[in-house]
Write a new protein. Structure first.
Length: 292
């Protein structure tokens, strides 16, 4: 499919089969930006170690490399948009959570999402170019909404010392989670004790530093088991485990299934229902700027 960092795709949120809830709830990050648009329901989302609530008409922008995970309740619905890395310059360089209160802004952004999805599904001439143009228009609407948002009171929690520490920690985790490093290493790199780091993590997101690290590792393990045929021992080694047996025990403890059983289950459920993160439209893998 080419460079995945340059893929423009749109996926539905709220149609995740029960065995695949990890695809939204576990900590993960992407090599290109993501934009989440919740249109119905409510829940909680954790971004760079800070947990907040979301409701309908919330737009959440995630730069590449930002760790996040969110709950999807029975009434929640929305869209997850993969933004090509070549167009990242049109978007902020930090995470942004916009709560759209203006009805006109809600309608404008909903219309752009509808138009973008229509072009991604289309096979008409120029559909890839049109989809990218709609993405550019969406960036403009986001910028305007951000201007109004900045005039409101910011989330004071994000400016606390604990939030800044945990954001730095999640950045290190995203960079080094596959190296087999422990919490003591990350705490030392951040100039704090493991106890202080864990206390800060619990304060901002209700999870320990170890939980965040393990969650990120297990997400990647599950993704590789579900989406590739890479031997389990190779997956274990690539994620920093000293042996396949140790990896299997850790995976079983965190997921409740052995790696081989999880792979079989993923194969059995693949195609039974849509999953968050899978495209509901047609992926456009052409590089931005090289339209058909």
């Amino acid at each position: 499919m080419g460079d995945e960092r340059q893929v423009l795709s749109l996926a539905s949120i709220g149609q995740t089969a029960q065995p695949n809830r990890w695809r939204t709830e576990a900590m993960r990050a992407h090599s290109s930006p993501r934009l989440i648009f919740f249109t119905k329901g409510q829940g909680r989302i954790t971004i760079a170690g800070l947990t907040s609530g979301y409701t309908a008409n919330n737009l959440i922008f995630l730069p590449s490399g930002t760790m996040y995970g969110f709950e999807v309740g029975p009434t929640a619905f929305g869209h997850l948009l993969a933004i090509p890395a070549a167009m990242a310059g049109e978007w902020p360089d930090v995470p942004v959570h916009l709560r759209l209160r203006d009805v006109l802004a809600q309608k404008e952004i909903t219309q752009v999402f509808d138009n973008l999805e229509r072009e991604l599904k289309s096979d008409r001439a120029g559909h890839a170019r049109a989809a990218h143009y709609h993405l550019g228009l969406l960036a403009v609407h986001f910028e305007r909404a951000l201007e109004r948002h900045e005039a409101e009171s910011p989330d004071a929690r994000a400016e606390t010392a604990a939030a800044r520490l945990v954001a730095a920690y999640t950045g290190l985790v995203e960079r080094d989670y596959a190296k087999g490093l422990g919490i003591a290493h990350f705490a030392r790199a951040l100039g704090v004790t493991p106890t202080h780091l864990t206390r800060s993590c619990r304060r901002t997101c209700g999870k320990s530093a170890h939980d965040l690290l393990t969650d990120r590792i297990l997400f990647e393990a599950r993704r590789r088991l579900a989406e590739t045929r890479t031997p389990i021992r190779e997956i274990a080694a690539s994620l920093g485990y000293s042996s396949a047996a140790y990896f299997s025990r850790a995976f079983q403890g965190g997921v409740g299934l052995s790696p081989s059983a999880f792979r079989r289950q993923s194969s059995d459920t693949a195609g039974q229902s849509p999953r968050a993160g899978s495209s509901v439209a047609q992926d456009v893998s052409r590089r931005a700027g090289k339209f058909s």
